[in-house]
Design a protein around this ligand. Structure first.
Ligand code: ATP
Length: 231
């Protein structure tokens, strides 16, 4: 579904990614962990074409998307749940969701299905987004990504600032996406909830992949976990 091949990404002259390679299969949940400044967000920005890699390639569903415009990449079926949610604050929830609807080669979702996944969402439709809580905002951000009919969804720090109950709701949604055959990349500093829901894990440090393996294996190996992610 997604393959990053030795990408090198820069901010001006400063290199942030030093050749990480990463793969995500159809219906596979992969998490990317690592400390502050490791390059996790830059990896997402590279995939989305927000900060395109200067070297290396990115393939999505067999097509080379390296250097393509962000709106084209989104139209191909890559959904994004950004860490700062990026919802239009002065628009209602309904309007934010309405403008997110797209058709792609992948499964389309309806607003009714979003209400089934997030039972509280229906009652929020008329609210302006600036008045939402963090958890409500996350529901809107995930629904917006799904209404764009993604084949792959990138979650940037999905549990940041959220209560444990809401983090569980987010992870339940990730499982649902997996059942639907959608690939998922979760970028997290807070590793345990992400590892529990993931098939595979990559750990990144200073712009490089320093560990790649089975998520369950890392979860059950306390010594390795402590060494790699400090928890
Ligand atoms: P965090 O969890 O803090 O978001 P991260 O793993 O996502 O960390 P990145 O944000 O991808 O890390 O940062 C990777 C490197 O790129 C860091 O050294 C960071 O200082 C640098 N960097 C990030 N954004 C910029 C920018 N806009 N301009 C210059 N350097 C940047």
């Amino acid at each position: 579904m997604l393959a990053l091949n030795r990408i090198e990404t820069f901010y001006g002259e400063t290199q942030a990614l030093f050749g990480p390679s990463l793969q995500i299969g159809r219906g596979e949940v992969v998490c990317l962990l690592g400390p502050n400044g490791a390059g996790k967000t830059t990896t997402i920005r590279s995939i989305l074409g927000l900060t395109p890699p200067r070297r290396g390639t990115i393939e999505f569903d067999g097509a080379d998307i390296t250097g393509q415009a962000t709106h084209r990449i989104a139209r191909l079926g890559i959904g994004w749940v950004p860490d700062d949610r990026r919802i239009f604050p002065s628009l209602t929830v309904a309007r934010n969701l309405q403008i997110a609807v797209k058709k792609t080669a992948y499964r389309s979702w309806t607003t009714e299905e979003m209400f089934e996944i997030f039972s509280a969402l229906e009652h929020l439709m008329g609210r302006e987004c600036e008045n939402l809580s963090g958890g409500e905002m996350q529901m809107v951000a995930i629904s917006r990504a799904l209404l764009g009919a993604p084949g792959l969804v990138l979650f940037d720090e999905p549990s940041q600032g959220l209560a444990p109950k809401i983090v569980q709701d987010v992870m339940r949604t990730v499982r649902r996406l997996k059942e639907e055959g959608i690939g998922v990349l979760i970028v997290e500093q807070n590793a345990l909830a992400a590892l529990e829901v993931s098939d595979r894990v990559y750990v990144m440090d200073r712009g490089k992949i320093v560990h790649e393996g089975d998520a369950a294996a890392l979860l059950s190996d306390a010594a390795l976990r402590q060494r790699l992610i400090g928890m």
